[in-house]
Structures are given as structure tokens and as C-alpha cells.
Design a protein around this ligand. Structure first.
Ligand code: EPU
Length: 304
């Protein structure tokens, strides 16, 4: 339980901010892995109320973490002491202006790729099967099949936790690296302006189909997972190393190393976060012993 839940009048106050208050929400329902204990969840629709909401939390000394689409997140079974904050999807959607598009951070990434395609804007085809929100993709600089979202970003509207203000950052103000960006953990991305190359719809669709096919053939897309669990070390493939060690199909409790892609851990039999963590440790030890390589988590782990 968070320190906020212990304070009186919280529900009324949060309702006054236009936020939903869901104490003790099981985060397993909000993560693609389907694991994770309870957290006190605040869901906000109107991000213009963010400054007052965060000021309210700050004054009460309540730490918070931002919950996006939950598709690259591993939450411990004991749950979270911090408050989980979620921005609900805005109804107004995408705003197009020539080869530029303004996208709310809470928009679904796959939907965004297809909405842009319909207006003959490409450049994001590789991201088609990547689950989650546009904001989450930006924070992680999500990438696949030669596309990284950071490459098409022109500007980002961000609420900066440090200053408590909304700022507009240009491409040159943000560093995008492999599965990493220079945004701080208390930066809340609000919307992003993308600049996309113009291409015929049919051509974009062809590339989208190709990426979908490749993904379907090489990744367990119909099972509960958080995507690749470890990063690739420079010029190495973690999936290939785990595969060569013969670890596909290894099971701990309800968690299994996917037979389709060895860098995916799937929740096949009602796994707990502890099962997944044990399997990650096993992989880490075996890869270190077998290849002398220390793996780095790609999945974001919420520990207390
Ligand atoms: N491979 C194996 N066995 C496996 C998995 C892969 O031998 O079980 C081999 C493949 O045959 C290939 C090589 O390893 O020769 C690379 O595999 P793949 O093309 O599947 O790419 P990857 O490096 O394993 C990366 C990203 C994926 C992204 C794909 C496609 C990381 C950690 N992973 O995977 O991203 O979808 O490329 O571009 O960067 C994610 O971020 O969650 C993710 C899944």
C-alpha cells in the first residue's frame, strides 16, 4: 500500500482533479506479461491537470511511477509501494500537417503506424508489431526491423518532473540510443511530433505485411510476454546465445523460455514474477559461463 492510501480524503481530492483512484489495483491486469502485485493506481484523462496532481503528491511526499501500456514491464509479486500513475488515451487522436503528425503519447503505437500509412506517411513500418503506447516507445526508443522511433521524432511535449513545467524539446535536445533515451524517469511525455517520409500506401502496406510475417515466424506473438527480456550486447544476439546453450523450453514454475525466440520469456502456466526472475537469473548465469557476456535487462523491472 502506498503512503497516499493511508491519508484521509484522497478519493475525494483525486476526483476533484478529474482522476480515477483505484487503490490496490492488481498490476497483472495492466502488463502484457500478466504478472505483478497490487498498486494504488491513479488514472488521469486530462493531462492539463498533471501539474496540480503531481504537486499534490509531492507535498504529501508520495513517490509515483508512470504506467504506460505495460508491454515492457515486469512488476514484482509483492506489488508497488509507489503510486502508479496512468494517462488515459485522449479522444482527439492524431493531428496531421503535411508530412508531420502530432501524436498523443498515450496513443497505441501500432494504430499510429497504420493511421499514418493511410495518409501515405511511412518510415515506421518496422514498429508495426511492437505493443504499447507511443510514449513508452519513445522512452525506450523502441525499434525493430531497422526502424527506431527516435529517428522520426521532431519535437516532444514533455512534463518535466524536475521543473514541474511543460517543455517542448527538439530532436537535438533528446539523445536516442539503443533501447534508451535521455528522458528522466519523472519526465512525462505528453505528445510527440513526428516527421515521416511520404510513400504510397500500397508500398507501406507491403512492408508492414513483411515485418508482420517475420515477427510471426520468429516471435511468440500470441503468448503473454514483455518482448525481448535482455538487450543485445554490441554485435551479438542474446536470443542466439540462449538458443545455442539449449535453453529453449526451460521452465521455472509457470514461466518458460520460448521455443520460438529464446530471448522471450512467456507466461504459459500462470507464472509469478518470482518465476520469471528466477528464469532470468538462470539465463544470466548460463550466458556468463558459456559466453563470458553479462546481460543487461531490456524489460523494465519495478522493484520497491
Ligand atoms: N536467433 C536464434 N535463436 C533464437 C532467436 C534468434 O538463433 O531463439 C538468431 C536469429 O536466427 C538471427 C539472430 O539470432 O540470426 C537475431 O534474431 P532476430 O532477428 O530475431 O533479432 P533479435 O536480435 O533477437 C531484435 C530485437 C527485437 C526486434 C528484432 C527484429 C533486441 C533485444 N531485440 O531481436 O526487439 O523485434 O530484433 O528487429 O534488441 C524487443 O525489443 O522487445 C524486441 C523483441
Amino acid at each position: 500500500m502506498s503512503t497516499l492510501a493511508k491519508q484521509p480524503g484522497v478519493a475525494e481530492q483525486l476526483t476533484a482533479f478529474g482522476a480515477q483512484w483505484r487503490p490496490g489495483e492488481r498490476l497483472s491486469a495492466h502488463t502484457s506479461l500478466g504478472v505483478g502485485g497490487p498498486a494504488d493506481l491513479i488514472r488521469l484523462r486530462d493531462y492539463r491537470r498533471l501539474p496540480e496532481l503531481l504537486e499534490y503528491l509531492r507535498r504529501r511526499g508520495v513517490p509515483w511511477r508512470l504506467l504506460g501500456g505495460g508491454s515492457n514491464l515486469l512488476v514484482m509479486d509483492e506489488g508497488l509501494e509507489d503510486v502508479a500513475l496512468q494517462l488515459l488515451r485522449e479522444p482527439e487522436g492524431l493531428k496531421f500537417d503535411g508530412s508531420r503528425v502530432e501524436v498523443p503519447a498515450s496513443a497505441n503505437l501500432g494504430t499510429t503506424v497504420m493511421e499514418c500509412a493511410k495518409r501515405n506517411l511511412g518510415g515506421m513500418e518496422g514498429l508495426i508489431g511492437v505493443p504499447g503506447t507511443v510514449g513508452g516507445a519513445l522512452h525506450m526508443n523502441a525499434g525493430a526491423y531497422g526502424t527506431q522511433i527516435g529517428d522520426v521524432v521532431r519535437a516532444v511535449h514533455v512534463f518535466r518532473g524536475a521543473s514541474g513545467r511543460v517543455e517542448v524539446l527538439r530532436t537535438e535536445d533528446v539523445r536516442f540510443e539503443y533501447r534508451h533515451s535521455s528522458f528522466a524517469s519523472d519526465d512525462i511525455l505528453l505528445s510527440v511530433s513526428l516527421e515521416l517520409p511520404e510513400r504510397p500506401y500500397a508500398e507501406i502496406l507491403e512492408r508492414v505485411k513483411l515485418c508482420n510475417q517475420k515477427r510471426r515466424a520468429s516471435q511468440p506473438i500470441n503468448e503473454k510476454s514483455a518482448g525481448c527480456i535482455f538487450k543485445n550486447p554490441p554485435s551479438l544476439s542474446t536470443g542466439k546465445m540462449i538458443d545455442e546453450l539449449g535453453l529453449k523450453g526451460t521452465r521455472v514454475g509457470g514461466a518458460v523460455i520460448s521455443e520460438r525466440h529464446a530471448n522471450f520469456i512467456v507466461n504459459r502456466h500462470g507464472a509469478t514474477a518470482a518465476d520469471i526472475f528466477k528464469l532470468m537469473e538462470l539465463i544470466r548465469e548460463r550466458v556468463l559461463k558459456g559466453f563470458g557476456v553479462e546481460l543487461e535487462e531490456e524489460v523494465i523491472v519495478w522493484r520497491n
